[in-house]
Design a protein around this ligand. Structure first.
Ligand code: ZN
Length: 204
């Protein structure tokens, strides 16, 4: 995630990208060798064409979070069966929440494994491997000034009758102070691919 540099006055454009939701699962496997860890990494690398995959932990403990389309529940079953048939210590959970993430964090520490960074909702602070909404703020030259992400419940709370009001209510609720942007004039960019893209005017 790009680090903020300078003040928000440099922001010239904001885009909001809703992300696909779906069925979630977390898989934890304690491996007995590097070969086993590689085998699991390869499995999840192959799955990336079908489902969203995020590695949570690597080393003796290997852990992945997965999000699949509602119609792909069978894929989650197949991963679980494969892991349980081939590895001795496997924990799976068919959702992602703070508790399972705490278990991954603790087991990672206990086994000397390496925990990967997972994004957090920039409103409520909840660990969120697959955010529902991504917001990118770009500078004049098109480079990304700052990216923000929001979980499903905070996105739902920010629901508004128009896209502009939706952005404003997300930014108003964000942990960082975006009052200046929320107050600025937003002008919609004509883009069919990205309906929620706005130029930020008169930001001072
Ligand atoms: Zn949230």
């Amino acid at each position: 995630m790009p680090r903020p540099e300078g003040s928000v006055e440099k922001v010239r454009e904001i885009s909001v990208d809703p992300q696909p939701g779906g069925l979630r699962a977390v898989y934890l496997v304690e491996t007995r060798s590097d070969d086993e860890a590689h085998e699991i990494d390869n499995l999840f690398a192959e799955l990336q064409s079908q489902v969203q995959v995020l590695q949570l932990c690597e080393g003796k403990l290997v852990s992945y979070a997965v999000q699949a389309h509602e119609s792909d529940a069978a894929v989650l079953d197949e991963i679980e069966s494969f892991l349980k048939e081939n590895f001795a210590f496997v924990v799976t959970q068919r959702s992602f929440d703070d508790l399972i993430y705490r278990i991954v964090t603790e087991l990672s520490g206990n086994t000397g494994s390496k925990l990967h960074a997972v994004s957090r909702c920039n409103i409520c602070g909840k660990v969120e491997p697959f955010p529902t909404t991504l917001v990118n703020m770009t500078r004049e030259d098109g480079s990304v000034f700052l990216s923000r992400c929001y979980c499903a419940s905070c996105t739902a709370e920010a629901a508004a009758p128009s896209n502009k009001e939706f952005i404003r209510s997300l930014l108003a609720a964000d942990q960082r102070d975006f009052k200046k942007i929320a107050r600025a004039e937003l002008v919609r960019c004509p883009s069919r691919k990205q309906p929620m893209r706005f130029k930020v005017k008169d930001l001072s």
